[in-house]
Design a binder for this molecule. Sequence first.
Ligand code: ZN
Length: 80
Amino acid sequence: MKKNACAKCGGILVKQKIDYEKKVGEKRALFEAVPASVCTSCDEVWLDAMVAEKIEEIFNKSLKPTRWVKVPLWSLSRLT
Ligand SMILES: [Zn+2]
């Protein structure tokens, strides 16, 4: 695999700390300061296998979070 090239569009990848949301059914979780490679062309986010595994592990084990955040939610179900 070529390093620093987006596998989707061939664009340039830049290492960044990102916010990442994981959602499986009703269960969702936020991760911050996640080391990732972000494509400067298509904004695709690539996680290292190690990082992805870590997120998976934390999510599945429901480990104690660093902190809790309240997220506002608006339903637009009446729009259509
Ligand atoms: Zn790309």
